[in-house]
Ligand binder design. Structure first.
Ligand code: URA
Length: 236
């Protein structure tokens, strides 16, 4: 939410009441701003105003940043008709304005960043910012040095004009590698492995732009980012 904003918008956002109900309530005198009863829905609210609704203070929680250890079977979207969404794993108020900063596929696990700060997430997702994302990749076929070299140099993806940008590919064993890429094309890692004649059987994200998935988080758990973690993105 951006300040200044309309009173009805503020109340609806923080209380999670429908805007239509809030408008009626404001007319009835349920809203008090800095001690004054306000009857106008379009009254301007500043970030440091004290807003009460039916006698209780409404507190805007501000910008928030979470990391989630995503399980398989959850979709990185605000709503989905078929599958549960990652937002269903977050037991937090006012998640309406939140979005995922860099989606993972339904069957991919690991680090998902969720925020209501669009400027911050733009730093992560904009191709121009070249932020690296690191994945653990399990493959169906044994990896070859030639395939790893191709991944490092850049490969041609189906339906893409340009080669992928140089990647960091470190073989972990016969069927697994750690791959860092600075792009975020649709199904990119799966398509990169397909381009070298292999197939991804498991995919897990460990790191986004220097923010590491907390090893203490069990699958499906989440936590707030620390200030230092948030600033990793602002600082670059
Ligand atoms: N690349 C993929 O193919 N899938 C993901 O979920 C993330 C990167």
């Amino acid at each position: 939410m951006k300040f200044p904003c309309r009173l009805d918008k503020f109340v609806s956002h923080v209380s999670e009441l429908p805007r239509s109900k809030v408008k009626i309530g404001i007319k009835k005198g349920l809203a008090v701003v800095n001690g004054d009863k306000i009857n106008k829905a379009d009254h301007t609210v500043q970030q440091d105003d004290l807003v009460e609704w039916e006698g209780s203070q409404l507190v805007y929680l501000g910008k928030r940043y979470y990391m989630l250890n995503k399980p398989t079977g959850y979709v990185c979207a605000n709503q989905d008709d078929l599958h549960p969404t990652v937002f269903e794993l977050l037991d937090e108020p006012n998640l309406k304005d939140f979005h995922v900063a860099g989606r993972l596929d339904l069957d991919t696990t690991g680090l998902v960043l969720i925020t209501n700060d669009g400027d911050w997430s733009h730093q992560i997702t904009s191709p121009k910012k070249q932020k690296y994302k690191t994945y653990l990749v399990e493959t169906q076929e044994a990896l070859t040095e030639e395939a790893l070299e191709q991944l490092r140099r850049g490969v041609a993806l189906h339906n893409e004009k340009n080669l992928t940008q140089p990647a960091i590919a470190e073989q972990l064993d016969k069927y697994s590698l750690r791959l860092s890429i600075c792009e975020g094309k649709y199904h990119q890692v799966k398509r990169m492995l397909a381009a070298v004649g292999n197939k991804v059987v498991e995919l897990h994200r460990e790191n986004v732009a220097g923010i590491e998935l907390d090893a203490q988080l069990a699958v499906g758990e989440y936590r707030l980012l620390s200030e230092d973690e948030v600033n990793i993105i602002n600082a670059r």
